[in-house]
Design a protein around this ligand. Sequence first.
Ligand SMILES: Cc1cc2nc3c(=O)[nH]c(=O)nc-3n(C[C@H](O)[C@H](O)[C@H](O)COP(=O)(O)OP(=O)(O)OC[C@H]3O[C@@H](n4cnc5c(N)ncnc54)[C@H](O)[C@@H]3O)c2cc1C
Length: 445
Amino acid sequence: MTASVEPQHIVIVGAGFAGFETARRLLRHQRTSTEHPIRVTVISPNDFMLYTPLLPDVAGGLLDPRFVAVPLADSLRGAELIAGHVAAVDLSGRTLEVHNRAGAVETVRFDRLVLTPGSVTRLFDIPGLAEHALGLKTTTEALYLRDRLLEQLELAARETDSAIARARRTVVVVGASYAGAELTAQLRALADEVARQRHFDPQEVRFVLLDMADRVMPEVGEKLSDKVLEVLRSRGIDIRLGTTIDRLTNEVAELSDGTTVATHTVAWAAGVSANPLIESLGLPTEKGRLAVRADLSVPDHPDVFAAGDAAAVPDTTKSDRGAITPPTAQHAVRQGKVLARNVLASIGVGTSTDYRHNDLGLVVDLGPRFAVANPVGVHLSGYAAKAVTRAYHLFSLPRGANRMAVAAAYLGDAVYPRPLVSFGLVDKDEASFARSEGIPVSDGR
Ligand SMILES: Cc1cc2nc3c(=O)[nH]c(=O)nc-3n(C[C@H](O)[C@H](O)[C@H](O)COP(=O)(O)OP(=O)(O)OC[C@H]3O[C@@H](n4cnc5c(N)ncnc54)[C@H](O)[C@@H]3O)c2cc1C
């Protein structure tokens, strides 16, 4: 008679692109192998995996938030799911301190730890930013942005003071990388639809897009970047490069070019920084991301692995030895696959490998009838890019029901007007960076 082997407990922190993919792969092993039994636990504050690339579509009222939320209970069958956030990690004691939504604290033990808590919006020490700007990393933030714009346009319609009405009809977006550009394009499309249905000139709604860089979306290359600039400007968007916000109040944005813009809606999409949990570990970091080896293990902690936006993963495709992979979903998913393999290798199943992935390019949806994409180095724009972009997201969404819902919404958008509905379910406090993303924000900001 052989003694039964205790399952190895693998705990994954975070159910985003990297954590979700790691869990999926590990669960396949759990189902098919009896020789090396494992238990897989996923800890995440939400009971869904968020498909962030479609958040601008949620903010623009094109998609319902549930379409971009992939339920964990359905997709990760066999995993133990803990709805909570990890507040502290004891690496030597191999335990995690988990806080659930009711405030209860639970201690979770692990044999192997996978750290994939992602990133949070990168804030700068700009007066008023944390209080008055709105992010785009969570469904709460996306929904609040949508409702905010609809509410401001509604209030402007009844406003007798023309200066206040103009401020309510002005939107400032900071960050002209892909997320900020997509957001601006989607909010513009939403505002255009409001103007069409409520019979006013769409150009009365003013959009100002700012970035410190000297071009929009540098990540798609010069040619496509110029095309994006041209298309966004043709939609009446005031793009100011080499410019950011110096100070923000509830009613005014003071810009670094010395001008002021009266506005009640400022969206901040100026990059990300690693989840605050990483800093609390006290381990070496690079650009705030946890330093890992090319096999995604944490140096001196062979039982701990990390990937995605939270980890500084060496980019072995680059000749520059210090290069790390950029924080994208494309890398996070592929790192999740390697991570699962290497965690299994650490318990004696198969062999470990280094992470290596050549970037496949970006797809960027820029609202009605326009997108840009550079799949495997081929530069596309307009309808061709639109088709590639939408097909890519439908293919990448990891659940059939979500894919169907998104496809139906895209089809509906081609035939029917964009629905103008604001539920007002999210209040400003819930959408704040501190509450929505868990960013520690000092009072003085
Ligand atoms: C608006 C927007 C558009 C984007 N578009 C694209 C795109 O088109 N293409 C692309 O490649 N990338 C895109 N990205 C980037 C992409 O979303 C990230 O690179 C990707 O999500 C990183 O995956 P991750 O698994 O590291 O983190 P995430 O997907 O952010 O997942 C992190 C997980 O950890 C959880 N978590 C956080 N803290 C804790 C804690 N303390 N305890 C437990 N769980 C925790 C979170 O709730 C979440 O479930 C976009 C990002 C945004 C915001």
